[in-house]
Design a protein around this ligand. Structure first.
Ligand code: FES
Ligand code: FES
Length: 168
């Protein structure tokens, strides 16, 4: 069957088998290998991408189900050559070691911050509870999300201050 999917703002049309999983469509058809395939049991969350505005485990979604929809992968977090604050945060706070879980962690964290800009550590842990990290013990991942939240709050304050400046 032929499907057309917008991935990170670019439209792709491909003929695929109806049984093809979205994770394999992204990695094998489009060469977007930032999303990782870590298990056969829908447990690890390394494959998380956004389908429209919702994080999904792309190993549990058929590529056909993405037909006519928008997908955001880790490759699409960067904007105009600038890393998303959540990407900066994982680098600043050592939120990764091997990095295998990191794309999914960042996409879920981005969604969390878009819906809950000042999450508590408990809220962060709950949001990420569907994802497994074998390396970090989660502490630095939680710190990374808090770092991004604080930097985004500071940027919003700066924007507010600038908009209140009265030109002479
Ligand atoms: S690859 Fe493990 S949950 Fe999708
Ligand atoms: S950094 Fe290795 S699995 Fe999370």
């Amino acid at each position: 069957m032929e499907i057309t999917v917008s991935v990170n703002g670019t439209g792709y049309s491909r003929v695929v088998e109806p049984r093809l999983l979205l994770i394999h469509f992204l990695r094998d058809e489009l060469g977007l290998t930032g999303s990782h395939w870590g298990c056969d049991t829908s447990n690890c969350g390394a494959c998380v991408v956004w389908l429209d505005e919702t994080p999904v485990k792309s190993c549990t979604v058929l590529a056909a189900m993405a037909d006519g929809h928008r997908v955001l992968t880790v490759e699409g977090l960067e904007r105009d050559g600038e890393l998303d604050p959540i990407q900066q945060a994982f680098a600043e706070c050592h939120g990764l070691q091997c990095g295998f879980c990191t794309p999914g962690m960042m996409l879920t964290s981005r969604w969390l911050l878009d819906h809950c800009p000042d999450p508590s550590p408990a809220q962060i842990r709950e949001a990420l509870s569907g994802q497994i990290c074998r390396c970090t013990g989660y502490e630095n991942i939680v710190r990374s999300v808090r770092w991004a939240a604080e930097h985004e709050a500071a940027a919003r304050r700066d924007d507010d201050d600038d908009s209140q400046d009265v030109p002479e």
